[in-house]
Write a protein that binds this ligand. Structure first.
Ligand code: NAD
Length: 475
């Protein structure tokens, strides 16, 4: 049932034969799902050579023809959505419903880039001197090295793959070793759609060994990474050594501000559902809840009720609304957040503990009465723990919301148009949802500021990330 895990290099699939590798584990059961091959140094060199050789050909392929292959890949992914969602839930843990949604959204992202690639417009700038024609054009950057984490096995790779391919770049992607099947299935769709050999290569291995081999290679011209801030800083430094373009989509700690003039229970319903999606293992997950005093008690009660009604279980079981955490590291992290909060006077309103004796389950947790300098209020939880605290004034909450070095996403709820505009402007982050949590769509830019990284994926910005601007002055 689970995917036969393989590397994809220069149009050929390679299994474990003679290679090192590792087991992939189902986080709901702790059982081994399959064996993942690691790319050797010569495999990586082969992938570099293949991507480099394929680049001139893919660059010269018209955006119209590239788009046709991309659209076919999107259609194949839709046809295979049930299966891809199943293997993704098996390896990552999220509920099947969420998994299926992720796969279908991934197909939409491919379609978006297939179209947007045809709109990589340049412009003509009037010259200062008669007879001079000044052209601004966009050219694909070249070979891309991309690295993706374990929380969205299909969606995060697709943003990088589709953006790069639509721009005319070739790439080598190292997807997560812990959740590899989503990306293997995705790459199969592109291969079956007729993508020429070498244009897209998929490898796995020891993450540091792979990135330290690929990033410094003179053949690689652009790096795209999604993951934690410490790793992002390390890879950005490696990219800087070669003066290579980089997109860094890193962690956050998204504030949620609920003003008195908004229905506190309505806000709680919306944001609690969003909070526990993928067990909170989402970089734009709402993670610090500031509620204005008048609505505070109502908000806490409703949010807590939501958390207590979540059905924790194997993502493949019918009725499960939250699956396990993806790996045991997250379990340890959740315990450490809860213990620190308790030690600082925090009150556990729901959850607070591991659940069951198999797999990596942690209860949906709500904590109140935590100080602003506690671990849960200052470090990204990346899990199902929600701290809720009260605030008094607009200026005070803006200062608290902006006090951390992160700047990925922020959310606010208010029924005043003026306050909506003011808070949208005031929150320091790459994305802000005001009375809305729809901040991630194929058509809109997705990315952070401050230590949450730089560059955008999605929207027209997501295509430009894989292009160089060139100015031609022609006399
Ligand atoms: P981690 O820092 O060890 O790894 C994060 C990701 O980076 C993983 O996918 C890992 O395989 C990869 N990685 C690690 N070292 C690498 C290297 N030298 N070269 C290339 N890739 C490398 O942490 P983790 O335990 O896997 O995840 C914990 C934290 O990571 C979370 O708390 C969260 O902050 C962050 N994270 C963020 C995202 C995101 O979407 N931005 C996704 C997953 C994890």
């Amino acid at each position: 049932m689970y995917t036969d895990l393989k590397l994809f290099i220069d149009g050929k699939w390679h299994g474990t034969e003679g290679r090192k590798g590792e087991d992939v584990v189902n986080p709901a059961t702790g059982k081994v799902l399959g064996k993942l091959p690691h790319a050797s140094k010569s495999d990586l060199d082969e992938a570099l050579g293949a991507a480099s050789k394929a680049f001139p050909l893919w660059k010269a392929t018209s955006a119209y023809d590239r788009g046709k292959i991309l659209r076919k890949a999107a259609d194949l992914l839709r046809e295979r959505a049930e299966y891809v969602a199943t293997v993704q839930t098996m390896e990552q843990g999220k509920s099947f419903t969420e998994s299926r949604m992720e796969v279908l959204t991934s197909a939409d992202i491919i379609d978006w880039y297939a179209e947007e690639g045809r709109r990589a417009y340049g412009r003509i700038v009037p010259g200062r001197v008669k007879g001079i024609r000044q052209l601004v054009t966009q050219e694909p950057v070249g070979v891309v090295a991309a690295f993706t984490p374990w929380n969205f096995p299909t969606l995060t790779p697709v943003r990088k793959i589709a953006g790069a391919l639509a721009a005319g770049c070739t790439l080598i992607i190292k997807a997560s070793e812990e959740t590899p099947a989503g990306c293997v299935e995705l790459v199969k769709c592109f291969a079956d759609a007729g993508l020429p050999a070498g244009v897209l290569n998929l490898v796995f291995g020891v993450p540091a060994e792979v990135s330290e081999h690929l990033i410094p290679s003179p053949l690689v011209k652009k790096i795209s990474f999604t993951g934690s801030i410490p790793v992002g800083k390390h890879l950005a430094a490696l990219a800087a050594k070669g003066m290579k373009k980089a997109t860094m989509e890193l962690g956050g700690h998204s504030p949620v501000v609920v003003f008195d003039d908004y229905d506190a229970e309505k806000a709680a319903d919306t944001i609690a559902a969003f909070k526990y999606r993928n067990a909170g293992q989402v970089c734009i997950s709402p993670t610090r809840f500031y509620v204005q005093e008048k609505g505070y008690n109502k908000f806490v009660a409703r949010f807590t009720e939501y958390a207590k009604n979540i059905k924790l279980g194997d993502g493949m079981e019918k009725g499960t609304t939250m699956g396990p955490l993806a790996n045991p590291r997250r379990l340890d992290a959740m315990e450490s957040f809860v213990n620190d909060a308790k030690a600082r006077g925090g009150k556990i309103q729901a959850g607070g503990s591991r659940h069951g004796n198999q797999g990596f389950f942690f209860e949906p947790t709500v904590i109140t009465d935590v100080p602003d300098d506690s671990k849960i209020m200052t470090e990204e939880p990346f899990g199902p723990v929600a701290p809720i605290v009260p605030f008094k004034t607009f200026d005070e909450v803006v200062e608290r919301a902006n006090s951390l070095p992160f700047g990925l996403a922020g959310y606010a709820f208010t029924s005043s148009g003026a306050q909506a505009a003011a808070i949208g402007d005031a929150i320091q982050s790459g994305m802000v949802g005001v009375n809305s949590v729809m901040i991630s769509t194929p058509e809109t830019p997705f990315g952070g500021i401050k230590e949450s990284g730089y560059g955008s994926e999605g929207g027209i910005e997501g295509l430009q990330a894989y292009m160089n601007t060139k100015f031609i002055s022609q006399g």
